[in-house]
Design a binder for this molecule. Structure first.
Ligand code: COA
Length: 162
């Protein structure tokens, strides 16, 4: 179609594991773009509980009913991966003011690397503003209740780990 350029966004993260907060962000992003690529960052400093395959599987199952959402993985810089995929936008969730400083730094550094790529922030539902993958793992490890915060199959995989 002349003049048509598709809007592709990537949503990077460690997703160890994916939570309802991440899923909420993906659901909000999907209608805004022609394609959203949920992207597992492999070279994060974190020491993940779940393997790459397990995390990819959990993301795929969480997004299987969403149209134009794809799942991928990358190592290297997030902006280089975005460029390779033809994405002009990086999506990040902003849960609280405490997220701001790190996100601000990352967005400006990413812009220095590739000025044509912008970061778009979305706020998750208020139910998930205090959620993180670490807190979910910690509560699960000690037998607490997390069924409101992750899909059933993530809950099952957490139970198997602990
Ligand atoms: N709901 C629930 N939790 C959320 C959330 C939401 N909506 N949004 C963020 N979080 C949580 C995550 O679960 C994660 O929790 P954890 O720390 O307990 O694991 C935490 O907030 C932040 O993680 P995430 O959003 O996954 O980002 P990250 O810090 O793990 O990874 C990358 C950030 C992937 C963007 C970054 O590591 C990256 O790009 N790496 C590649 C190298 C690069 O280009 N770096 C940037 C240079 S400027």
């Amino acid at each position: 179609m002349p003049g048509f350029s598709s809007r592709v966004a990537i949503y990077p993260g460690t997703f160890d594991p994916i939570t309802n907060g991440h899923i909420d962000i993906i659901q909000r992003a999907a209608p805004l773009f022609d394609k959203v690529i949920v992207t597992l960052a492999l070279n994060s400093d974190k020491n993940p509980l779940f393997s790459i395959e397990e995390r990819i599987e959990m993301i795929k199952r969480s997004t299987s009913d969403m149209s134009h959402v794809e799942v991928a993985q990358f190592s290297g810089l997030v902006v280089d991966f975005a460029a390779r995929k033809g994405a002009s936008v990086i999506i990040r969730g902003l849960r609280a003011v405490s997220d701001f400083e790190f996100e601000f730094q990352m967005a400006l550094m990413n812009r220095k690397q590739r000025p044509e790529i912008d970061t778009v922030y979305l706020m998750p539902d208020a139910r998930y503003t205090y959620l993180s993958s670490s807190i979910v793992k910690e509560v699960a490890q000690h037998g607490g209740r997390i069924e409101r915060f992750v899909p059933q199959f993530v809950l099952d995989m957490l139970k198997k780990k602990f």
